[in-house]
Design a protein around this ligand. Structure first.
Ligand SMILES: *[C@@H]1O[C@H](CO)[C@@H](O)[C@H](O)[C@H]1NC(C)=O
Ligand SMILES: *[C@@H]1O[C@H](CO)[C@@H](O)[C@H](O)[C@H]1NC(C)=O
Length: 496
C-alpha cells in the first residue's frame, strides 16, 4: 500500500473506533461540569449554593492590608487562590458561553454564575490603580496542611504586582477574562458588562505599560506552582484580542497585528521540566495562549481574508499538530486514544485542545474551509470527531471503562486529591480539624466522604492506567482549567 492508502485505512479504522463507542449523557455531564465550580468557591456562599457540603471560608482575605479580596475560586485540591490560572479558567468559561451558550438550556444560568463568581473577585483584585493582586494564600503553608477551606488557619497573604514589580502575564490574563466576560453579560446586565470592559481596559493598559513577569517580583510565592514559563507576550496579545472582540476598537486590533511577531520570537520553554515542541502556534493552556490567539483572531477575518497571516496559517498548523493522522502530529496518543502531553495533570490538554478544535471547526465551516496537513485533508467534521473522541474517553469510553468525572457514570475516581472532598464536611463534623489533623484522612484508603460532583481529575497515564489514590496528585487532582473547556464541549455535544 502507498503511504496515502495506509493513512486512509488508518483514518477509516479510527472512524470505526469512534463511532462504535457508547453514547454518553452529555447533558448530565454538562450540568455536573458546571456544578464543580461551586465546590471551588471561596468566600461567603450564596443561599442558592447547590454543593451544600461546602460552607463559607476565607471571609477575611485581604482584610489585614485593608483590601477586600474575598471570593474567587480555590485552584485545585488546595486552598490557594492563584489568580493567573483562575483568570484563564474564567476566560475559557466565558468563551464556552459565547460559542455554545445557546446549547446550554437551563444550565446557562449556572454557567453565568460560574463566570460571575470570579469576575466579581477580579473586580476586587484590580480595584486599586497601579496594583493587581496575583494570589491569595501562602502556598507553602497551605500545601503543608491537609485542611478544609472552612478551617484554614494558614497565612492568607495577598501577593500583588505593581508598577515597580510588574506582572504582565497575570494582569493581561485578568484583562482577557474581564473582556470576554463583558461580552457574556452584555445581553443580560449592561451595567455590569460595561464595568467589566472598563476594568479590562485599565488592567490591560497597566499590563502593557509596565511590562515584566511576576516571576521576578513575587516568584518565591508563585513558583514553582504557577511560574510563568512561556513569557507574557502571549497574554498581552490574548488580552488585546479579547479587548478588540469586546470593544471593536481598532487600537486593540492594531496591537495584535503589530505585536504578533513578538510571539513568534518567544521560545516556548519547558513546563515542569518537560520541554515543549511545536513552535509558537501549538500550545494552549493556563500559561500559553498561542493557539487560542490564532483561533480567536481567525474568526474575525475568516471571510474577508482566509489566509490572513500568520493567524490562520498558524491555526491550521496547530490543528496539524493534534490530528492523529496528520504527518506533523506532535502530541501523543495513549493506546486507548487519549491525547497526551508530558508535564502532569494531562486531562487539561485533551480538554483545552479539543475545545479549540471544536471552536475552529465551526469557524472553518462558516468560512467553507478545510485544512491540509501535508497530504491529509482535515475537514471541520473530522476536527469535531477528534474532539468528541476525547470527551468520550473522559466520560468512560476507555480501556478501564471509567469516567474521569466525579459523579458521572458508574465508575469514577473515589479518592481525589482534594482537601474539602476528602475530609468530613462541617455537617458531619462541625468542630475544627487542624493542619495535621487531616493527615489520617489523606492517608486513608476510604473513598472521599464528599462528592465533588463534576470534578475532572488529572487523569490516567499514557498507558491508560489510573491510580485512584490521593497521594498521586498528578492523576487524582481536579483543577479549574481542566473543567472550563469541557463546559463548552459538553454544551455542543449535548445538542449535536
Ligand atoms: C470494558 O468494557 C468492555 C465492553 O463492555 C469489556 O469487554 C471490557 O472487559 C471492560 N474492561 C474493563 C477493564 O472492565
Ligand atoms: C501509582 O500506582 C502504582 C501502583 O500502585 C505505584 O507504584 C505508583 O507509585 C503510583 N504512582 C504515584 C505517582 O503515586
Amino acid at each position: 500500500m502507498s503511504q496515502v492508502q495506509r493513512l486512509l485505512v488508518l483514518v477509516a479504522m479510527m472512524m470505526v473506533a469512534v463511532t462504535k463507542v457508547a453514547s454518553h449523557d452529555y447533558g448530565d455531564a454538562l450540568s455536573k461540569s458546571i456544578l464543580f465550580f461551586e465546590g471551588q468557591r471561596s468566600g461567603k456562599l450564596p443561599p442558592n449554593q447547590r454543593m451544600t457540603w461546602r460552607k463559607d471560608s476565607a471571609l477575611r482575605d485581604g482584610f489585614d492590608i485593608g483590601v477586600d479580596l474575598v471570593g474567587g475560586y480555590y485552584d485545585a485540591g488546595d486552598n490557594v487562590k492563584f489568580n493567573f490560572p483562575m483568570a484563564f479558567s474564567t476566560t475559557i468559561l466565558a468563551w464556552s458561553v459565547l460559542e455554545f451558550g445557546n446549547f446550554m438550556g437551563s444550565d446557562l444560568s449556572n454557567a453565568l454564575d460560574a463566570i460571575k463568581w470570579p469576575t466579581d473577585y477580579f473586580l476586587k483584585a484590580t480595584s486599586i490603580p497601579g496594583f493587581v493582586y496575583a494570589q491569595v494564600g501562602d502556598p507553602y503553608a497551605d500545601h503543608n496542611c491537609w485542611e478544609r477551606p472552612e478551617d484554614m488557619d494558614t497565612p492568607r497573604t495577598p501577593y500583588a504586582v505593581s508598577k515597580q514589580f510588574p506582572g504582565s502575564e497575570v494582569s493581561a490574563e485578568i484583562a482577557a477574562a474581564l473582556a470576554a466576560s463583558s461580552l457574556v453579560f452584555r445581553a443580560i446586565d449592561l451595567e455590569y458588562s460595561a464595568r467589566l470592559l472598563s476594568r479590562a481596559r485599565t488592567v490591560f493598559e497597566f499590563a502593557n505599560q509596565y511590562q515584566g513577569s511576576y516571576n521576578d517580583g513575587i516568584g518565591r510565592w508563585v513558583c514553582p506552582f504557577y511560574c510563568d514559563f512561556s513569557g507574557y507576550q502571549d497574554e498581552l496579545l490574548w488580552g488585546a484580542a479579547w479587548l478588540f472582540r469586546a470593544s471593536k476598537e481598532s487600537n486593540y486590533w492594531n496591537y495584535v497585528v503589530e505585536n504578533i511577531h513578538n510571539l513568534e520570537n518567544t521560545v516556548v520553554k519547558n513546563i515542569n521540566g518537560f520541554s515543549y515542541s511545536g513552535g509558537s502556534y501549538a500550545e494552549f493552556g493556563w500559561d500559553t495562549k498561542h493557539a487560542g490567539i490564532n483561533i480567536l483572531v481567525s474568526n474575525l477575518v475568516m471571510n474577508s481574508n482566509p489566509n490572513f497571516s500568520p493567524f490562520i496559517p498558524n491555526a491550521d498548523k496547530f490543528v496539524c499538530t493534534v490530528l492523529p493522522e496528520s504527518p506533523t502530529v506532535s502530541v501523543q496518543y495513549s493506546p486507548g486514544g487519549l491525547l497526551f502531553k508530558p508535564g502532569g495533570s494531562n486531562l487539561q490538554h485533551p480538554t483545552a485542545l479539543s475545545f479549540l478544535l471544536l471552536v475552529y471547526a465551526r469557524y472553518l465551516s462558516q468560512g467553507n474551509r478545510v485544512i491540509h496537513c501535508g497530504g491529509v485533508v482535515a475537514t471541520p467534521a473530522r476536527l469535531i470527531q477528534v474532539a468528541r473522541g476525547q470527551v468520550d474517553y473522559i466520560l468512560g469510553s476507555n480501556p478501564l471503562n471509567m469516567s474521569y468525572m466525579v459523579g458521572y457514570g458508574n465508575k469514577f475516581p473515589q479518592r481525589i486529591h482534594h482537601r474539602g472532598s476528602s475530609l468530613p464536611s462541617i455537617n458531619q463534623q462541625p468542630g475544627p480539624i487542624d493542619c495535621k489533623g487531616g493527615t489520617p484522612y489523606f492517608s486513608s484508603n476510604n473513598p472521599n466522604p464528599n462528592l465533588l460532583i463534576g470534578a475532572v481529575v488529572g487523569g490516567p497515564d499514557i498507558k491508560d492506567s489510573y491510580n485512584d489514590s490521593r497521594a498521586d496528585f498528578v492523576q487524582s487532582e481536579p483543577i479549574t482549567y481542566i473543567n472550563a473547556p469541557l463546559v463548552g464541549l459538553l454544551a455542543y455535544f449535548k445538542t449535536h
